[in-house]
Design a protein around this ligand. Structure first.
Ligand SMILES: Cc1cc2nc3c(=O)[nH]c(=O)nc-3n(C[C@H](O)[C@H](O)[C@H](O)COP(=O)(O)OP(=O)(O)OC[C@H]3O[C@@H](n4cnc5c(N)ncnc54)[C@H](O)[C@@H]3O)c2cc1C
Length: 369
């Protein structure tokens, strides 16, 4: 018997589990189908702490990214976890100057108050290898080790009395007089049913399927998810060449192929955006994408042509569609209207889900108030 069961031990499930167990004193269980935590979307992304400038004012992405960024930096600092506030430039190629200005204003409207527009000459003075493009500087953008962060969240959750059940796949829900009976199966196919007052479905790519298994009727009728794959190429010879992240302006379904750094200053290019058929999960990187990656990045880093690229890894974004229309925001729904008080579905948690994760527990808490 638990106060709360969180389904899914990615960045979101671990963050909300830690919040309710450690900060709110709930008795919590986190269940995860894999043998280890954080093996889903949370280990296949750019590991960027986003500032919160891209998203429409008052959207959940804007609110939770800006709040989540503060909570995340505080948590990483307090616990001595690896991260770097490296900052980023978003560059505008000729003809994109107005878009850059609009992004600057959107960021300020979202409460990102440290943004600065810089001239092409200023950018070029700092980075002679980049095209002299006007750019938006975002000093509060950073990078982290998602793996170290998630391991710490899980450790703190368990040290605070929370239970973590690995190789436990949620497969069915029966409403009780109050609360819910959840059935999980283990690696051998044995099932166990556990009672809980509340449930948070934080299952990433599987969240719609889990909501459907739990019997939420709107899901099958109106909702669908498309798997939007993003591949990365490594630029082995460019290690140490950049100390900031360098982004182009965003496209309608991604932030654009950017220069991504890890904490060792290795340079990666990515991710692109390619819809996979059905619910396919395919993490292979097609070497034939190399010329398109070069073409995209050449617009702001002409020197990329001198470096060999190596196919690296890929991640998959869960893009939520409601009545066939792309839902650009996170979808976090307390299911009271569906007759399920205390049940929350989190759907379409794509970027900036890593940055926003630590603000999701407090947000759900406010929904339950
Ligand atoms: C290419 C790419 C780049 C990105 N870059 C960034 C970035 O730089 N910054 C940023 O903020 N965000 C970024 N994101 C988004 C971010 O990675 C995700 O929003 C975030 O990781 C989602 O976390 P999650 O916990 O919801 O999902 P996941 O990490 O996938 O966790 C869900 C968990 O649920 C488990 N599960 C599934 N079904 C069941 C079941 N039936 N029973 C039990 N467990 C189950 C899974 O095994 C998994 O461990 C990026 C995403 C992609 C794809």
């Amino acid at each position: 018997m638990y106060d709360l069961i969180v389904i899914g031990a990615g960045a979101v499930g671990l963050s909300v589990g830690r919040y309710f167990q450690v900060e709110r004193g709930f008795r919590c269980l986190v269940v995860e189908k894999e043998a280890r935590i954080g093996q889903g979307i949370s280990s296949r992304n750019s590991e960027v702490i986003h500032a919160g400038l891209y998203y429409p004012s008052n959207s959940l992405k804007a609110l939770l990214c800006v709040e989540g960024k503060k909570l995340l930096y505080h948590y990483l600092e307090k616990n001595g976890l690896p991260f770097r506030r490296c900052g980023k430039y978003i560059v505008a190629t000729p003809g994109q100057e107005q878009e850059l200005q609009d992004l600057f204003e959107q960021g300020r409207a979202n409460g990102v108050d440290d943004l600065e527009l810089v001239t092409g000459d200023t950018l070029h003075a700092e980075y002679a290898q980049l095209a002299p493009c006007p750019a938006l500087s975002s000093p509060s953008t950073g990078i982290l080790s998602a793996d170290a962060w998630m391991r710490h969240l899980a450790g703190e959750f368990q040290a605070g009395g929370g239970d973590l059940a690995l190789q436990s796949t949620f497969c069915a829900m029966t409403p009780g007089e109050t609360g819910y009976d959840l059935t999980m199966s283990d690696a051998a196919g044995e099932t166990i049913t556990i009672h809980t007052d509340r449930v948070i479905n934080a299952t990433g790519l599987d969240a719609l399927n889990v909501a459907s298994l739990a019997g939420f009727p709107y899901v099958a009728q109106e909702y669908s998810v498309r798997h939007c794959k993003g591949s990365y190429f490594k630029v082995p010879g460019a290690r140490g060449l950049f100390h900031n992240l360098i982004y182009p302006l965003p496209t309608p379904n991604s932030l654009g192929i950017h220069i991504r750094l890890d904490l060792l200053n290795e340079v990666l290019l990515g991710p692109d955006a390619e819809y996979l058929p059905g619910y396919e999960v395919d993490y292979t990187v097609d070497p034939a994408l190399e010329s398109e990656f070069r073409r995209q990045v050449c617009r702001f880093w002409p020197g990329v042509k001198d470096y060999p690229l190596e196919p690296d890894w890929a991640g998959i974004r869960p893009h939520l569609f409601i009545r066939d229309e792309f839902h650009h925001d996170f979808y976090i729904k307390a299911e009271d209207e569906a007759g399920c008080p205390g049940w929350v579905n989190l759907l379409g948690i794509d970027s900036p889900g890593l940055t926003a994760a630590m603000a999701m527990g407090p947000y759900i808490d406010r929904l339950w108030d």
